[in-house]
Design a protein around this ligand. Structure first.
Ligand code: BDR
Ligand code: CA
Length: 316
């Protein structure tokens, strides 16, 4: 199994990702850390605990982390995820409680206490990760790699060029990228191409399987959002795709590319990806040799991941 820590801002698609990670037999969720992003920190913690119940998960430690980005105030994403972060999908109050330690301390303990190197899966603004790596740099030696949903080598969503998770805390993303930990980027280039078709989502929502009803409702919410914004969010499994990438990388086209985070001006939060054929060798026009070189997913077999998602949850 792959031992992972999930860092989340639950979030409609973070919820789908947690369900998938808990249910997949090859993934072991050691801990979940929460951060403000799609919703306020308190709301993210509450949603995360509820989704663990929905997944019938064993006891997984959950901790609250950063309430806001390193520099800027937190910004609302309620136009995508609703005021409650779950698009109004009602779930019973959970009897689970969050740890009393901070997310950074939970991550540190979990990583240092693990016999096997841990994969840190970030599905949210990377504030918690940046704080962890700056406060406890020793964790890097016991990390297998960081897998993050964020960024883009093409289009943005929060702005024309910036993806939400990176845009929400660009300084944090920059710290993580420069940490030297092997990093894999699952950005909008693939995120935007893994969707469950609307009739399938509707049938799940109207069905009898309890997990299927929740998944159908969450996906239905994505589809409803996309009606105002055609083509943008149609039935996307979103963050869940980044977790699929842990177990089925062969359905992706991956390239190693120099990347850095734009911190200033109109491009703030953009992931600058050097796609030139001579990237990395050019010392004159671009300083690419100073950029972090990371693996980036550029193409995905979307139907394959949608299938993997549904089958893992026993919904196909
Ligand atoms: C990312 O931003 C959030 O809205 C989603 O949960 C996902 O992690 C997509 O840009
Ligand atoms: Ca997210």
């Amino acid at each position: 199994t792959i031992p992972v820590i999930l860092d989340v801002d639950t979030g409609v698609d973070d919820a789908l990702a947690i369900l998938f990670a808990i249910k997949h037999p090859d993934i072991e969720v050691l801990a979940i850390s929460c951060v403000a992003g799609n919703a306020s920190l308190d709301q993210v913690v509450e949603n995360t605990l509820k989704i663990l119940d929905a997944a019938d998960a064993p006891a997984v430690p959950v901790a609250a982390g950063a309430q806001r980005p390193l520099i800027e105030p937190a910004r609302s994403a309620s136009h995508v995820h609703g005021a409650d972060g779950l698009g109004g999908v009602q779930l019973p109050v959970s009897a689970r409680v969050a740890e009393t330690v901070s997310a950074v301390e939970l991550m540190r303990r979990t990583i240092m206490g693990s016999e096997r190197p841990v994969t840190l899966v970030a599905l949210a603004p990377q504030t918690n990760l940046a704080l962890l790596l700056r406060t406890h740099p020793e964790v890097a030696a016991n990390l297998e790699r960081i897998v993050f949903m964020g960024g883009s080598a093409s289009v943005g969503n929060a702005t024309a060029v910036a993806e939400f998770n990176v845009w929400h805390d660009p300084e944090a993303a920059s710290i993580v990228l420069d940490s030297g930990v092997p990093t894999f980027m699952y950005g909008l280039d693939v995120f935007n191409h893994v969707a469950v078709e609307q009739p399938v989502a509707e049938a799940l929502a109207a069905g009898t399987d309890p997990v299927g009803r929740i998944v159908g409702a969450l996906l239905g919410n994505r589809i409803a959002v996309s009606e105002d914004d055609p083509g943008e969010y149609t039935g996307l499994i979103g963050d869940a795709g980044a977790v699929c990438a842990l177990v089925e990388p062969e359905s992706l086209r991956i390239e190693n590319r120099p990347v850095r985070i734009e911190l200033g001006g109109y491009g703030r939060g953009q992931t600058l990806v050097d796609m030139r054929e001579f990237a990395g060798e050019d010392v004159v026009h671009g300083l690419a040799e100073e950029w972090a070189s990371i693996d980036i997913a550029l193409e995905v077999d979307g139907p394959r991941y949608a299938d993997l998602f549904l089958k893992t949850l026993g919904l196909k």
